[in-house]
Design a binder for this molecule. Structure first.
Ligand code: ATP
Ligand code: MG
Length: 172
């Protein structure tokens, strides 16, 4: 199924902006009109769960969604300037019911969001990766196959996207 990134992300960002408005949190999207081969229902849930965590666990600062072309793939990243996750916890966060005590305390949740993310990414064959620095923030990366008919168009857009500077609070 061909999925329009903009159609998928725009409503999600609007939804989370409403939540973020209650804190000192700014949500930004940096992406153009990409098309990927995925499943819109699953992909929406994947991004929704990751974004929900970014907004929930980041008390202030920024959450950013960016898309960049990497070969035939689209690299979709969700960055936050939140508390970060220690290395020894990082390898467990996709486990069902696992929550990091220090950050999850006081926040609603059961610890299933990322388990769902991992299962859906596996079903779709999308690679997912997370990097984090305690005290600085977290970035989730998702690799999506670009639709063939858009690869050429994507190339034309490369100029703008490649020069896009990632913010200085990026963590890797
Ligand atoms: P649920 O998503 O089921 O409502 P949850 O958010 O606690 O509950 P997950 O989404 O699976 O569960 O996340 C697991 C744990 O990983 C969280 O409890 C939190 O401790 C940690 N975590 C996830 N994303 C972030 C993030 N962006 N920054 C800091 N910690 C995070
Ligand atoms: Mg969650």
């Amino acid at each position: 199924q061909t999925v329009q990134i903009r159609h998928l992300l725009d409503p999600l960002l609007d939804e989370f902006r409403l939540l973020a408005r209650q804190k000192a949190l700014q949500i930004r999207g940096k992406f153009s009109d990409w098309q990927v081969e995925s499943d819109s229902t699953y992909l929406r849930r994947i991004v929704q769960n990751i974004l929900s965590n970014a907004v929930k666990y980041t008390p202030k600062g920024k959450v950013l969604i960016s898309c960049r072309r990497r070969g035939g793939q689209l690299l979709l990243q969700i960055w936050d300037s939140g508390p970060g996750i220690a290395e020894q916890e990082l390898r467990h966060i996709f486990d069902d019911f696992y929550r990091v005590d220090s950050t999850a305390r006081g926040q609603q949740g059961v610890g299933l969001g990322l388990g769902v993310v991992q299962r859906m990414a596996r079903l779709l064959g999308h690679k997912i990766e997370v990097r984090s620095t305690v005290g600085k923030g977290t970035v989730f990366s998702l690799w999506l196959p670009l639709s063939p008919q858009r690869r050429e168009a994507g190339k034309a857009e490369l100029g703008t996207d490649a020069t896009t500077q990632l913010p200085d609070w990026t963590v890797c």
